[in-house]
Ligand binder design. Structure first.
Ligand SMILES: [Zn+2]
Length: 572
C-alpha cells in the first residue's frame, strides 16, 4: 500500500470560484485522491482557503464586514460548495488558522537563523488619518499618464499603466478618503532566494520525471536576467500572520504581517495539523505525512495547480522548506494546468463572466459538470467550455452510453427473470473476448490515472463503457431469450456484473451516480478489478438488485439555449 499526499492550490477567499478555477486544481486533485483510495492506497488530501492579503480586506470592506468575519463566512460557503461538488478533502482548512500562524512564524525564524532573511529599507505612503502605512491598492488618485481620477496605487485600470503609489496626482486613502498622506521610511523583510539559487537549481535538476513545461518555467525564473530575485515577505496590513521570530517579537517589524505568498503554501503543512486537531489525532499522526524524520520518507507528494502557480511551487515554497534546514517533505510531482475558457472568451471572477460553482449546481448535479470538466481538462493547451459541447458530451457519454446501459439491462432482467441475478449457463467465447478487452483497457486506464493523464483516463473509461454496450448490442439477450433462455441468463448476469464494475472504475469521475449504481446493485463490494474475470463474477446467482432511477437526464435544446442566454452576461 502506497502513501500519497495530495494538495490542491488554495482557492482565494474573496468569493465563489468559477468552473475554470475548479478544473485548474481542486477537481483533478479530487480525481487522483479518489482513484488512489479506490486502489487501496493511503491518501491524505488537503486543501484550504487562502485568506490573507489586500483583496480579502477589500472584499470584506465592500461587504461591510470585519475581515475575520468575512473570511469565516466565506470559508463556510466554499466548504459547502466543495462538499456538494464531491471534493473529498481529508481536511479543508484555513490559511488564517492558529496552526498556520505558528508554523509561518517558525519558518521565518529558521530562515532568519540561516541568514536567509534581510531587512530592506523602503519608502511608503503613510496615512496620518488612518494611522497606518497604505499598501498599493489602498491609495487612489489621478493617473499621471491618462488623467483618470480613480487610478489605483499599483495600476491605472483605465490605461493599464503600472504605477507606484507615489506617482499618483492628488493621492487619497481608500480607507478614509483622507488626503493627509506622506511618504515615510519603513522596513520590510526579504527572503534571500538569490542565495539559494544553486540549491534550488540542483533540486530541480534531480526531477528528471517532471514535465518540461514545469522545469522550463522554474529554470527561466532561476536564470533569466539577473537570476532568481529576493522577495519581500512582509506587508503593512492588519489582517495576516503577525511578523514574529518564532514566538518572539521581531524588533522593527511591529504592526506588520507576513505577505500572503509566504504564508499560503505553508498552510499545506499547517492544514495537516488542523486535520489532526479536528479528528482527535496526535502530532505524530500528521507529522508522518510531512516530516521525513518522522515517517514521511515513503510518502509520494503530488501538487495540483494552474500554470500561473508553478513558480511559487517550484521555487518560492521549496526555498522556504530547503532554507529552514529542517526535514520537511518536498513535492515529488507537480501537475499543472492551462486555462479553461468560456464560450468564446475568458472566465473572469472580477467581471463575473462564466459559470460559477454555485450556479452550476443550481441547474445540474455535480457529476454532469465533473464529467465534462475532467474529460476536457486543459492539460496540453487551453480548452474551451461551450454549451453545445457540454450538451453533446453529457447526452452521449453519460446518458446514451453509461446511463442507457444500466437502465436497459436492469429493466430487461426485471421483466424476464425478476430482480435477482439469474441462474444458468457459463460465460462463453463472447464473454471471454469481452473480459480480454476489458482487461487491456482497465490496465491502460490505471496507467493513465497513475500518470495523471486526465483526458486519456476519461477516454479510456468511456471506451470501457462502450465495450459493454457493444457486447450487449451483439449478445442481444432480448433476442436470445426467445430461443435460449439459459444463454440469455448468462448474458444478463454479465450485464449486471458490468454495472458493479463500471461503478468501481467510474467512481473517481462521477461519485454520486456510481453510488446510486452500487446501491441499486445492492452491494458494498468496491474492490478494484485486479482480476477482471473475478470482478465479473462478484454478483452471484440469486443476488437481489433493484432498477435504479434514471442516472442521467439528457440536456434538451431548450435548456441549452436558456442556460446559454442566462450565463451570457455578467453575474449580479
Ligand atoms: Zn491611466
Amino acid at each position: 500500500m502506497a502513501r500519497i499526499l495530495i494538495t490542491s492550490a488554495l482557492p482565494y477567499i474573496n468569493g465563489i470560484k468559477h468552473l475554470g478555477n475548479l478544473i485548474g486544481s481542486q477537481l483533478p486533485a479530487d480525481l487522483y485522491a479518489r482513484y488512489n483510495r479506490g486502489r487501496g492506497n493511503e491518501v491524505m488530501f488537503l486543501c484550504a482557503t487562502d485568506e490573507h492579503g489586500t483583496p480579502a480586506e477589500l472584499a470584506a470592506a465592500k461587504a461591510n464586514q470585519p475581515v475575520a468575519d468575512y473570511c469565516a463566512d466565506m470559508q463556510k460557503v466554499q466548504t459547502d460548495i466543495a462538499n456538494r461538488f464531491g471534493l473529498s478533502f481529508d481536511h479543508f482548512g484555513r490559511s488564517s488558522s492558529p496552526q498556520n500562524h505558528t508554523l509561518t512564524q517558525h519558518f521565518a525564524s529558521k530562515l532568519a537563523d540561516a541568514g536567509l532573511i534581510t531587512e530592506v529599507a523602503d519608502r511608503q505612503v503613510y496615512s496620518n488619518a488612518d494611522g497606518r502605512f497604505l499598501p498599493d491598492r489602498y491609495v487612489e488618485g489621478t493617473c499621471p499618464n491618462c488623467g483618470y481620477d480613480g487610478a489605483r496605487g499599483d495600476q491605472c485600470e483605465e490605461c493599464t499603466k503600472q504605477l507606484d503609489p507615489t506617482d499618483l496626482i492628488n493621492p487619497r486613502s481608500t480607507i478614509s478618503g483622507s488626503t493627509d498622506l506622506e511618504v515615510r521610511e519603513t522596513k520590510h523583510l526579504f527572503l534571500r532566494q538569490s542565495a539559494m539559487r544553486d540549491q534550488l537549481d540542483q533540486w530541480i535538476d534531480s526531477k528528471s520525471d517532471w514535465p518540461i513545461l514545469t522545469t522550463s518555467i522554474a529554470k527561466k525564473w532561476l536564470h533569466d536576467g539577473d537570476g532568481l530575485q529576493d522577495r519581500g515577505i512582509t506587508r503593512d496590513l492588519d489582517w495576516g500572520v503577525p511578523v514574529k521570530k518564532g514566538d518572539a517579537d521581531w524588533p522593527g517589524m511591529e504592526g506588520k504581517v507576513f505577505y500572503v505568498w509566504f504564508d499560503a503554501p505553508i498552510e499545506y503543512i499547517a492544514c495537516a495539523s488542523e486535520w489532526a486537531e479536528a479528528n482527535g489525532k496526535s502530532d505524530a499522526d500528521w507529522e508522518r505525512w510531512w516530516r521525513t524524520d518522522k515517517g514521511a520518507d515513503d510518502v509520494k507528494y503530488v501538487q495540483f495547480m494552474g500554470k500561473d502557480n508553478v513558480p511559487f511551487h517550484t521555487l518560492s515554497f521549496p526555498a522556504t522548506i530547503l532554507g529552514s534546514g529542517e526535514p520537511w517533505k518536498l513535492v515529488d510531482h507537480l501537475k499543472s494546468f492551462n486555462y479553461l475558457n468560456y464560450d468564446g472568451g475568458q472566465f473572469s471572477t472580477s467581471k463575473g463572466r462564466g459559470v460559477f460553482m454555485d450556479q452550476a449546481l443550481e441547474i445540474l448535479p455535480a457529476d454532469y459538470w465533473r464529467w465534462w470538466l475532467l474529460s476536457h481538462a486543459p492539460e496540453s493547451s487551453d480548452s474551451e467550455f461551450t454549451w453545445e459541447n457540454f450538451q453533446q458530451s453529457v447526452n452521449k457519454d453519460l446518458a446514451d452510453v453509461l446511463g442507457n446501459f444500466v437502465s436497459r439491462i436492469t429493466k430487461f432482467c426485471r421483466s424476464k427473470f425478476g430482480e435477482a441475478v439469474p441462474e444458468g449457463g457459463e460465460y462463453g467465447e463472447q464473454e471471454q473476448a469481452l473480459i480480454a478487452e476489458l482487461t487491456t483497457r482497465i490496465r491502460a486506464y490505471e496507467g493513465h490515472m497513475e500518470a495523471m493523464e486526465i483526458r486519456k483516463s476519461a477516454q479510456e473509461l468511456r471506451a470501457i463503457w462502450v465495450a459493454g454496450n457493444e457486447y450487449l448490442q451483439s449478445a442481444a439477450p432480448w433476442s436470445t431469450f426467445k430461443s435460449d433462455p439459459e444463454k440469455a441468463a448468462t448474458q444478463v448476469r454479465m450485464g449486471l456484473n458490468l454495472i458493479r464494475l463500471y461503478a468501481v472504475l467510474s467512481a473517481p469521475f462521477i461519485p454520486t451516480a456510481t453510488a446510486s449504481m452500487l446501491s441499486a446493485m445492492n452491494t458494498l463490494d468496491t474492490s478494484w478489478p485486479d482480476d477482471v474475470t473475478e470482478a465479473l463474477n462478484a454478483l452471484p446467482v440469486g443476488h437481489e438488485f433493484s432498477v435504479p432511477e434514471v442516472l442521467f437526464a439528457k440536456i434538451t435544446d431548450d435548456q441549452r439555449e436558456q442556460w446559454q442566454q442566462r450565463f451570457s452576461g455578467i453575474r449580479d
